[in-house]
Design a binder for this molecule. Structure first.
Ligand SMILES: [Zn+2]
Length: 160
């Protein structure tokens, strides 16, 4: 278990569970969480509007293009229509930010807290705080930079 004192002197602990996820416990009374934007409805409408066009933006490209703003015309390049359809997801947490820190977001490396190459993939609210769901190896399911002996990525490394 790793201990962490934030700038207000609040104590947080991080402990690894048997699945390779990290339990982040402490006082989350004053805590901001953000949820990612939900572009699904906006993209669906966009596809309907453009169904006869042969160069529709993919979901990933659409997410960026929708925010492009024309500073001269003072308007969204794709129009306000789609921007208005972007909502906030309520089923997914993007980052957790207790008052006084630490700020931890999806994609962060937990190395700072003593978990080398454990990458944050998701958060789950638990009674005592948050469970940080970490990115797992797609072959053996292990988190961080470790792999099972039987993992094909290990064999590739040995053969090199
Ligand atoms: Zn592996």
């Amino acid at each position: 278990m790793r201990k962490y004192l934030n700038r207000y002197g609040d104590k947080f602990t991080f402990s690894l569970d048997e699945n390779g996820d990290i339990l982040w416990e402490g006082n989350f009374e004053y805590c901001t969480i953000t949820m990612p934007n939900d572009y699904r409805e906006a993209h669906r409408v966009y596809l309907l509007d453009n169904c006869f066009s042969d160069h529709c933006l993919s979901f990933e490209d659409f997410k960026n293009a929708i925010h492009e703003y024309d500073d001269v015309k003072k308007e969204y390049k794709m129009g306000l229509k789609y921007v208005k359809l972007v909502t906030s997801r309520t089923d997914k947490i993007d980052c957790v930010d207790p008052s006084g820190g630490p700020y931890i977001g999806v994609g962060a490396n937990m190395q700072t807290f003593g978990f080398k190459d454990f990458i944050v993939e998701d958060f789950e609210r638990i009674k005592t705080g948050y469970k940080i769901i970490t990115k797992k190896c797609e072959y053996c399911g292990k988190a961080g930079e470790t792999h099972k002996m039987s993992c094909p990525t290990q064999k590739i490394q040995i053969n090199l």
